[in-house]
Design a protein around this ligand. Structure first.
Ligand code: FE2
Length: 422
């Protein structure tokens, strides 16, 4: 073996397991493993999980905070204005450097697969070219999947129909959309149909910003579901945000959810962003601005939590920590039942891996030797502590490591060291 990780806890509850790695793959996963290895890690009592996956991010905007100025109000509207101010000044090199810095941050957090939307409403397609180059450069340590995202509207913004096709021709692999931002409901509906048709013709996946609104009558998810079924795109389409579903009439949702299930619709909720951006026109009570995650999981839809933004015009916070996104989602959706908390952990690992179609993902014999050792004992503790990533492993090699954290007290008569795992 090249590497053996001893005595680990697995997300499914198994404990005291050894993981043997050879030729970039998991060769054995059982206990005890009577092999010798070039390198061994004693992970006694620590959780090992497959890498974190973010199925919804905006890498062209990340880490641009303060350029050209800060979002003072913290609102979506000021964020959109800010991005509009910044866009003409973006350069290829600057976008690329920010994206690469974010990938470094992600790796340190054990986040090794990201689906990023890239704004195509720019005649230069600078961000598309920059992120395609980043995708190539990081491919040995991070899977980056790009979505052609018509941020200013597929019909609303000039030339976007051509720009989308050009972006796809250059290698962007997923089709995006933003139907609720088109000029009319009718245009929104039409855009969903047109974009799904292109996906069917080109054999591509779809991931739309859909109904990111508090308007209960924003029902583009209904059209997206119908077009998915019409074009036979079952399981290949993702509805991102879907926040209007939070405000929809329950009777209508009782019709919609089974249709989404029939289309095998994937869903990404972005709790960090939508808890701050939605409900801004409310007085009290204020709506939470997250789609109906527990109800969707209950009927078997594949639902992930995304990070969406980190330190950009829309969101000044974040640190590439998917456990932070999942923890926020858990709280916002009141998913405090034991099984619900476990599914929140799956919503930042295996569920988004399925959305991205990652091959060889998981902790089974024959899977890629990609994993993270956390300073926590199980998924629920990981959600509670957002602990250190002690080791991040890709293709059987350690690519990031951190020292275990402990605090030393100087109080008389109190224990010296605090262990948050107890
Ligand atoms: Fe987004």
């Amino acid at each position: 073996m090249d590497l053996i990780i001893r005595n680990v806890n697995l997300p499914d509850g198994r404990i005291g397991i050894d993981i043997g790695i050879k030729d970039k793959k998991i060769m054995e996963i059982e206990s005890p493993l009577n092999f010798k290895a070039n390198e061994e890690i004693d992970a006694s009592g620590f959780l090992v999980c497959p890498p974190f996956v973010d199925a919804h991010f905006h890498m062209d905007a990340t880490l641009s905070i303060g350029k050209p100025r800060l979002n003072k109000s913290g609102t979506l509207l000021e964020g959109i204005n800010l991005w509009g101010e910044l866009k003409p000044h973006l350069t290829f090199k600057e976008i690329k450097n920010r994206a690469l810095s974010y990938c470094d941050m992600a790796v340190a957090r054990g986040l090794l697969a990201i689906r990023s939307h890239v704004d195509i409403c720019d005649r230069r397609l600078l961000a598309v070219d920059a992120l395609l180059e980043v995708k190539k450069e990081v491919s040995s340590y991070l899977d980056l999947q790009l979505v052609a995202f018509p941020q200013d509207g597929y019909y609303r913004s000039p030339d976007t129909i051509n720009l989308l096709n050009t972006a796809l021709d250059r290698g962007v692999e997923v089709i995006g959309g933003i139907p609720h931002f088109e000029r009319t409901m009718e245009d929104g509906k039409k855009s969903v149909g047109a974009l799904c048709r292109i996906a069917a013709e080109r054999g591509l996946l779809v991931d739309m910003h859909c109904d990111e609104s508090d308007d209960p009558l924003s029902r583009h998810i209904e059209t997206l579901t119908a077009e998915t079924t019409r074009h036979g795109l079952h399981g290949r389409v993702t509805g991102s945000h879907l926040t209007s579903m939070h405000s929809m009439d329950n009777y209508y949702v009782s019709k919609l959810l089974p249709l989404m299930s029939e289309a095998r619709m994937n869903v990404v909720a972005n709790p960090l962003i939508n808890i701050t951006i939605q409900g801004r026109h409310d007085t009290y009570p204020k709506r939470r601005g997250m789609t109906r995650v527990p109800e969707m999981i209950k009927i078997g839809l594949n639902v992930a939590f995304g990070h969406d933004c980190v330190m950009d015009p829309w969101y000044s916070l974040g640190s590439a920590d998917m456990l932070e996104a999942a923890s926020m989602g858990l709280h916002v959706a009141q998913m405090t039942g034991i099984e619900e908390m476990k599914s929140c952990f799956q919503a930042i690992t295996e569920f988004p891996a399925k959305i991205m179609g990652l091959e060889g993902y998981g902790l089974e014999k024959g899977c890629n030797a990609d994993m993270v050792i956390l300073q926590a004992a199980d998924p629920i503790e990981a959600l509670r502590l957002k602990p250190n990533r002690l080791f991040v492993i890709r293709h059987g090699k350690i690519i990031a490591r951190s020292q275990p954290v402990q605090s030393e007290l100087t109080l008389p008569g109190r224990p010296k060291l605090i262990n948050f795992l107890k």
